[in-house]
Design a protein around this ligand. Structure first.
Ligand SMILES: *[C@@H]1O[C@H](CO)[C@@H](O)[C@H](O)[C@H]1NC(C)=O
Ligand SMILES: *[C@@H]1O[C@H](CO)[C@@H](O)[C@H](O)[C@H]1NC(C)=O
Ligand SMILES: *[C@@H]1O[C@H](CO)[C@@H](O)[C@H](O)[C@H]1NC(C)=O
Length: 328
C-alpha cells in the first residue's frame, strides 16, 4: 500500500517535471497531435516551423525559451508549432516525419500556387508541404531569419514606375493591392497578407525611390485608361518631397477608383485585413478568416488562463516590431 502510494507520488512528480507539453500555455505556439497536424500544417499557404521534442531532453529545454520568442515574433507571418514526441499518441507522427533526435526543428513549406492557371494546382494529398530540417544554430535570430526566408512570395515587385502599366492592364482580379514602401525589400508581413488573400487580390509593391518619373505616366490615347488612378499615381512624385509614410493602396481597375491605408501607424494585420475586407468579402487565412478561428481553438485548447505572473526571463533583443519596421 505504502509502496503504491510512493510510486504514485513519484509518478506525479515525474509528470509535473516532464509530462506537460512545452507550449500548452503559449499564445503563439500550437501543440499538435495527429488529429490536427495535417490540417494545420498541410492545408495552408503558410510556412510552418515545427519543433519536435521530448520534454525530458536537455537540449529541448534549452531551446524552449527561444522558441517562445520566435513564436511571438513570427506570429502572423509563419505558423509555429510543437509536437511532443514523448506522447504515445504522437509517436507515429514523429516517426513519419523522420524525427531521429531531439529537438528537431523542421520547416514545412507549401507548394507554389499557380495563380494564372488555378487548374494546374494540385489538391488534397498531392499538395503536401515540403519539409526541410533546420541545421543552423539553435539561437533566436538565425531561427527566425530561417523561418522568414521560407515564406512564399506572391507579391510582384514594380521596379520601375512604368510597370504600373502592366498592373493596370492586367485583368486577373478586379483589385490590385500596392504597397508603397520606403524600403526596397518586400516586407514579410506584407507577403503574409498576400497569402491571406491569395487569388482574391493581386499584390504588388514598389519602393518609393522607384516612383521617380511616375508623373509622366499616361494612357491618354489608349482605348482603356484610368484617369483617376493615373492622376493619383502621378501625384506620388511630388518634386523633392519624400513619401511621408508607407501605405497600402487598393486600386479598383474596373471603376478606376482607389483607397489608401497609412501603415506607419498600423502594422497590425487585423487593421490591414479590416481595410482589405471593404472590397472583397473575406480572406482565406489570417485575421477575419474561418481558418484563424480554427487555429485559435487549437491554441486555446489547454489554456484555461494565461498566467499573468509569468515573466519572460529570456531577454530578447529581437522583437516583431524590429522586423516589421525594419522592412517597411
Ligand atoms: C491557397 O491559395 C489558393 C489560391 O488562392 C487557394 O485556392 C487555396 O484554397 C489556398 N489554400 C488554403 C489552404 O487556403
Ligand atoms: C495623344 O494624342 C494626341 C493627338 O494625336 C497627341 O497630341 C498627344 O501627344 C498624345 N498623347 C500621348 C500621351 O501620347
Ligand atoms: C479561450 O477559451 C476560453 C474558454 O473556453 C474563452 O473564454 C477565451 O475567450 C478563449 N480565448 C481565446 C484567445 O480565444
Amino acid at each position: 500500500m505504502m509502496y503504491t502510494r510512493l510510486l504514485y507520488a513519484l509518478f506525479l512528480l515525474v509528470e509535473l517535471a516532464f509530462g506537460a507539453n512545452f507550449y500548452d500555455r503559449d499564445e503563439n505556439i500550437m501543440e499538435l497531435t495527429p488529429s490536427n497536424f495535417d490540417k494545420v500544417i498541410h492545408r495552408t499557404n503558410y510556412t510552418t516551423l515545427v519543433m519536435f521534442y521530448a520534454p525530458w531532453c536537455g537540449y529541448c529545454q534549452e531551446l524552449k525559451g527561444s522558441m517562445k520568442s520566435a513564436g511571438k515574433i513570427l506570429s502572423g507571418m509563419v505558423q509555429v508549432a510543437g509536437v511532443n514526441c514523448d506522447e504515445s499518441v504522437n509517436k507515429q507522427l514523429c516517426a513519419q516525419n523522420r524525427v531521429s533526435g531531439f529537438p528537431t526543428l523542421m520547416v514545412f513549406r507549401p507548394p507554389k500556387i499557380n495563380l494564372d492557371n488555378p487548374k494546374k494546382n494540385s489538391n488534397g494529398a498531392a499538395s503536401q508541404h515540403a519539409t526541410e530540417v533546420y541545421k543552423g544554430e539553435r539561437k533566436l535570430k538565425p531561427i527566425v531569419d530561417f523561418a522568414l526566408s521560407r515564406v512564399k512570395n506572391y507579391v510582384k515587385r514594380l521596379n520601375r514606375y512604368s510597370k504600373f502599366e502592366e498592373l493596370l492592364k492586367s485583368s486577373r482580379t478586379r483589385y490590385a493591392v500596392v504597397l508603397i514602401s520606403k524600403k526596397e525589400k518586400i516586407p514579410t508581413l506584407y507577403k503574409s497578407v498576400a497569402l491571406d488573400w491569395l487569388g482574391i487580390y493581386d499584390f504588388y509593391s514598389i519602393w518609393d525611390e522607384k516612383l521617380q518619373g511616375v508623373s509622366q505616366l499616361s494612357f491618354e490615347n489608349d482605348t482603356k485608361n484610368w484617369p483617376n488612378t493615373v492622376k493619383y499615381l502621378q501625384s506620388l512624385e511630388k518634386s523633392e518631397t519624400e513619401l511621408q509614410s508607407p501605405r497600402i493602396v487598393v486600386i479598383d481597375r474596373e471603376t478606376d477608383t482607389y483607397d489608401e491605408l497609412d501603415i506607419l501607424k498600423t502594422t497590425d494585420k487585423n487593421d490591414i485585413a479590416t481595410f482589405l475586407s471593404k472590397f472583397e468579402s473575406k480572406p482565406r487565412e489570417g485575421p477575419l478568416s474561418k481558418r484563424q478561428e480554427y487555429l485559435k481553438s487549437i491554441l486555446n485548447k489547454s489554456k484555461s488562463k494565461k498566467s499573468k505572473t509569468k515573466k519572460n526571463k529570456q531577454k530578447t533583443k529581437l522583437t516583431k516590431d524590429d522586423i516589421v519596421q525594419d522592412e517597411l
